[in-house]
Design a protein around this ligand. Structure first.
Ligand code: GLA
Length: 351
C-alpha cells in the first residue's frame, strides 16, 4: 500500500490543487484530485493481470473546471435535479441556482465538483485512503446552512474503491451527495459501453418528464427496457421506441433499489467480456442513477491524448431520488442540525 502526493495545477483564483495516488497490493491504483474531490484515473487489472484505466477523465485541470460532463467528481450539495431549482423547508421557500434549463443540477453553477477540497492521507485496517473536507457556506448556490462535508475514499486490499460520506449542518438543509465516475471496463477511450452487461438490483424506477424530473410514479421495470434485474447488455434495448428512453436519449434514470439489509446492499453489477472485468456497486443509498453517457458529444479531448465519443462511459450514481425536496413521498433528503448525514458506496472490482 502506498500514497503519493503531487501538484495538479492551479485554479483560476490561484488556489493550488493536488493529485493523490493510492496503490494497493491487488494491482489497483486510483488517482484523486482535490479539485472537486475527483477520481481522475482508476487502474484495474484485466483477466490476464494487465492494468487498464476504467474511468473517464479530462486532459487538464482547465477542462475539469469548464466542461459539463462531471467526470469522476463528487456532485452536491444536491446531486441530480431539483425542479425549477425551488423547494420549501419548514415554511421557507428557497431558490437555488438554475443551471439545467430552469432546473437545478448537481449543486448549481459552482457545485462541489468545482471547488478545492482539503485533503489528508488516512490509513486503516481496510486499506489506504484520503479524506477530503469542504465547508459549504450558508447561501452557497442558494442552499441554507453552513454544511461541513467529509468524503473518505479508501482503496481496500480487496480491490474496492470505498467512499464514505459524512455531513453536518448548522441550519436545516437538504443534502444528496454522489460520485460521478464514468466507467468503461474495457478501458477509457476504447469505444462505447453498449456491449457491457449490466444488472441493476431494482424492480422499479422513477419515470421522468421532458426535463428529466421524476413524475412521482414508481414504475415497475418488468416488461420495459428498464428491466436489468437479469444481466443484459446496455445496448440491447437502448434505441427501442420507448417514451422514457427517448426523453433521456438513452438511459438517464433513477432506479429504486431493492433493499434487504441496513448496511451497503448490492445495487448493480457490470461485466465486460473482452477484459473480463466485473464491477459491483454496493450502497446504503435508496437509489442509483444509471446514465449511459447520452449527452457526451464526439471527440471530447481526454487524458492520455485520447478522444472520447458518445456513450463512451456509463455512470452508476448512488443517491436519493431526484427532486426529493419536492416529493414528500420520496425518502427524505433533509438534514437537521442535530443529526449527521452518513452514506457509503463501494465499487468492487474482480478480474
Ligand atoms: C447526470 C445527469 C445527466 C447529465 C450528467 C452530466 O448523470 O442525470 O442528465 O446531466 O449527469 O452530463
Amino acid at each position: 500500500m502506498n500514497l503519493n502526493k503531487q501538484p495538479f495545477g492551479e485554479t483560476a483564483d490561484a488556489k493550488p490543487v493536488e493529485l493523490y495516488t493510492l496503490t494497493n497490493t491487488g494491482g489497483m491504483q486510483v488517482k484523486i484530485t482535490t479539485y472537486g474531490a475527483t477520481v481522475t484515473s482508476l487502474m484495474v487489472p484485466d483477466r490476464d493481470g494487465n492494468p487498464g484505466d476504467v474511468v473517464l477523465g479530462y486532459d487538464s485541470l482547465e477542462a475539469y473546471s469548464t466542461r459539463k460532463e462531471y467526470f469522476g467528481c463528487i456532485a452536491g450539495r444536491y446531486a441530480n435535479r431539483i425542479a425549477g431549482g425551488k423547494f420549501s423547508l419548514h415554511g421557507t421557500e428557497y431558490q437555488l441556482a438554475a443551471n439545467d434549463g430552469d432546473n437545478h443540477l448537481h449543486g448549481g453553477i459552482r457545485g462541489f465538483d468545482k471547488v478545492v477540497w482539503q485533503a489528508q492521507g488516512v490509513e486503516d485496517d481496510r486499506g489506504i485512503g484520503i479524506k477530503l473536507d469542504y465547508l459549504s457556506p450558508d447561501g452557497e448556490e442558494g442552499y441554507p446552512g453552513n454544511l461541513s462535508i467529509s468524503v473518505l475514499y479508501t482503496l481496500t486490499e480487496n480491490n474496492e474503491l470505498r467512499i464514505d460520506y459524512f455531513a453536518t449542518t448548522d441550519k436545516s438543509t437538504i443534502v444528496n451527495l454522489t460520485h460521478h465516475s464514468y466507467f468503461n471496463l474495457a478501458g477509457a477511450g476504447t469505444g462505447d459501453i453498449l456491449s457491457h452487461d449490466l444488472m441493476i438490483n431494482a424492480d422499479r424506477f422513477t419515470p421522468v418528464d421532458k426535463s428529466l424530473i421524476p413524475t412521482g410514479e414508481l414504475r415497475k421495470v418488468a416488461g420495459t427496457p428498464f428491466d436489468f434485474t437479469k444481466p443484459t447488455a446496455i445496448g440491447d434495448r437502448i434505441d427501442q421506441d420507448d417514451e422514457q428512453l427517448q426523453i433521456g436519449g438513452g438511459y438517464d434514470h433513477n432506479f429504486v433499489l431493492n433493499k434487504d439489509a441496513e448496511g451497503p446492499c448490492l445495487a448493480a453489477r457490470a461485466f465486460e467480456k473482452k477484459s473480463g472485468r466485473t464491477m459491483e456497486v454496493y450502497t446504503t443509498q435508496p437509489g442509483v442513477q444509471f446514465y449511459s453517457g447520452n449527452f457526451m458529444e464526439n471527440n471530447i479531448a481526454a487524458k492520455a491524448g485520447l478522444l472520447y465519443h458518445h456513450r463512451g462511459g456509463f455512470c452508476l450514481e448512488t443517491q436519493h431520488f431526484p427532486d426529493s425536496p419536492n416529493r414528500p413521498d420520496f425518502p427524505s433528503t433533509v438534514l437537521e442540525p442535530e443529526s449527521e448525514y452518513r452514506h457509503t458506496t463501494i465499487y468492487k472490482f474482480r478480474n
